[in-house]
Design a protein around this ligand. Sequence first.
Ligand SMILES: N[C@@H]1[C@@H](O)[C@H](O)[C@@H](COP(=O)(O)O)O[C@@H]1O
Length: 241
Amino acid sequence: MKIIVKENDIEGGAAAFKIFEKGIKNGAKVLGLATGSTPVTLYQNWVKSDLNCDNLTSINLDEYVGLKPDNPQSYHYFMQKHLFDKKPFKKSYVPDGLEAAKDPQAAADHYNQIIKDNPIDIQLLGIGRNGHIAFNEPGSSFDTVTREVKLTDNTIKANSRFFDNIDEVPKSAICMGIANIMSAKKVVLMAFGKNKAHAIKEMIEGPVTEQVPASILQKHLDVVVIIDKAAASELYDKYKK
Ligand SMILES: N[C@@H]1[C@@H](O)[C@H](O)[C@@H](COP(=O)(O)O)O[C@@H]1O
């Protein structure tokens, strides 16, 4: 893993954008994209740039089961607002939360086929405080592919900040699996803030275990981790400076 420690999320977003820009200029065409508060500074750099996205395909990690694409809390809506309204891609896939509510297996099979047909060149990730990636919660098998996943109480609580109240947070999501994520040629993981420090330490320095889903990235051959000093604060000394 290559670890880049920046002062804050603004610098981190700029550094992440440079990696995507370089990758795209070098031929990356299929990007795995992520939501959450963490990638916002990356997308801010992206929309300000003159990067041509007309030939790019994006495949998002996850979506809440039952939310319509025009629901402001849906990940469809997030992507439109933060990136695609200003930088439309040739094709953008986000799992279908409504299809998943009706027939989760069909929605998952459909999405796995999309990933098979469009191998991911660069996959963007955030990380949950418990080490989850996308919505692959602790205990998820490393073999998983896209499927419906139940959200843990902690994740529901953490994500309730985006909803009017906690009861509105969906209880499940349709989510790429860890095997889908590991199939990407390159992975860029971003994390900012003290509340991510423990998960970052476990991911980088802990054992590879399904109890910390992100720890599997130690086995991927091309991972760049972009964190700020707060998220690096529990790491072995050399990263803290
Ligand atoms: N499914 C998303 C993840 O993809 C994201 O990485 C995580 C952290 O979110 P944030 O970046 O807002 O801290 O939250 C959610 O659970």
